[in-house]
Ligand binder design. Sequence first.
Ligand code: NAP
Length: 553
Amino acid sequence: MTSEHAARTDAEVDVLVVGAGFAGMYMIHKARSMGLTVHAIEAGGDVGGTWYWNRYPGARCDVESLDYSYGFSPELLEEWTWSERFAAQPEILRYIDHVADRFDLRSDIEFDTRVTSAHFDDATDRWAVGTDTGSTWTARFCVMATGCLSLSYVPPFAGLDRFEGRTLHTGRWPHEPVDFTGQRVGVIGTGSSGIQVIPEIARQAGELFVFQRTPNFTLPARNGPVSEALLAERMADYAGYKRTALTTTPSAIGIQHPPLGDAASAAQPDEREAEFERRWDIGGNILLGAYRDVLLDADSNELVGEFVRRKIRSIVHDPDVAALLSPTDHHIGTKRICVDTDYYETFNRPNVRLVDVRSDPIEGFSETALVTAGHRYDLDVVVFATGYDAMTGPLMNIDVRGRGGVGIAETWEHGPATYLGLGVHGYPNLFIVAGPGSPSVRVNVIAAIEQHVDWIGDCIAHLEAQGIATIEPTAEAQDGWVRHVADLADATLFGGSSSWYSGSNIDGKPRVFAPYVGGMPAYIAECDAVVAAGYAGFTAAGDTAKVPAGTPR
Ligand code: NAP
């Protein structure tokens, strides 16, 4: 869509928001409800963020629809109806569109515009924000709602620029449907995106080559219409359900299937197997919650991992292919678990071939082919399902400079460091929504986003009430938080795991396990305690008298 909000130069607002996905949209609404002026800048042509870009066939949320929605407005909760248990991307985008219309959010969003710089001016306590269209803005508060999975990653394959076939990335999918009929298609990558797109392309393509370096665990979604009984239960008190889920369950998703016991390894084998089977049949990721210690204890975890490997062997006809699809290099759930429809079944199709690029690595591309050390695969289309420069990439892709002109690339040279996942020492009045060090991607991310935005709103209100110009974390508080986040991960099987959670999917990226894995209730308690202690761990500075005369307030 065309931007309704004209690009401007040197305009000033209270709050400048970067990004108009779930986080940016709610931040706009929040700022307005506080009487603040707000402007958001969005690289995409419309609202939606990740869901705007990820239009690949099969794109679907792995959190159930009745949980994957905003909770801030009881009316909004009541008026929207989801058609499927796990909503597909078009339906999620329709929901996002509805929210944007309902709260008239687009009138404060500048679309098709990428923020290129955000510099803090020590003299005026203002953020100066520049864009690729030449528009510039100044603001007291800069909120980075840039997303965790918004900067697509394509590995630097030799010769890719000379490949004459079509190339696509799942995270930058065209708006028009792509017709694979009769084509020779290659998909590189078998994470959540690859695992969703592969069965869809397989149904169309003449031949599909799946280039797998590392197999991932995936669980069947068993998608279908939203159950009438569950819908009725939710609608009876949807807002109450959301509140309870946020404050009492680690994932901020209500627990429909409580764990059967504490330790999988201590359970009776028959009973355990029956419970695993029951959860496999219900579908979604609930298998990981069968026992409380699945993500804590290696032996218990292995029981779940081996259960899934047995399932793979029972579904995939060719034992060699089944073996290649069976993960053995990580504990199940320590990489984001995938949720699929017909993934393993797809490898029984005659037009699908699994290529192990661990043993025969991709060397690069010729004009017509993907070339491995030992083979050459002639292709019409290559689909990169190769993931993202996650968590830090979207922020570091912007020239963000804090006090004294110090840049975020320097500050995070050895890995991301934040306090509460919300602020960075040296970057006054800069807030991150769902940043590294927040629970974000390890919980229902929309619930996390709403909690972060509410916290940021309360913090801004506090500054306004006290006449304080700036706030930023102290170096000590930030160091403590970084240690705390690492300790939490180390107390689980996540410690030392390799995936985009820790930056290890990108060569040369510092390895820091970024998400907070203590769960939402513990995180909320930590955030609330900081506030109750007068924003402990933050320094407030100056007073708002620094505001130049005539500045809109
Ligand atoms: P990903 O999980 O990072 O997977 C990237 C894939 O590309 C991996 O299989 C990786 O192999 C492969 N790859 C990367 N570089 C390669 C190379 N040089 N040669 C061969 N293979 C290479 O990315 P994603 O699948 O886009 O998923 C990212 C996250 O987005 C998910 O974990 C999930 O949180 C979210 N997501 C969610 C949904 C959903 O809600 N259902 C759907 C899609 C995405 P290696 O493992 O060997 O590195």
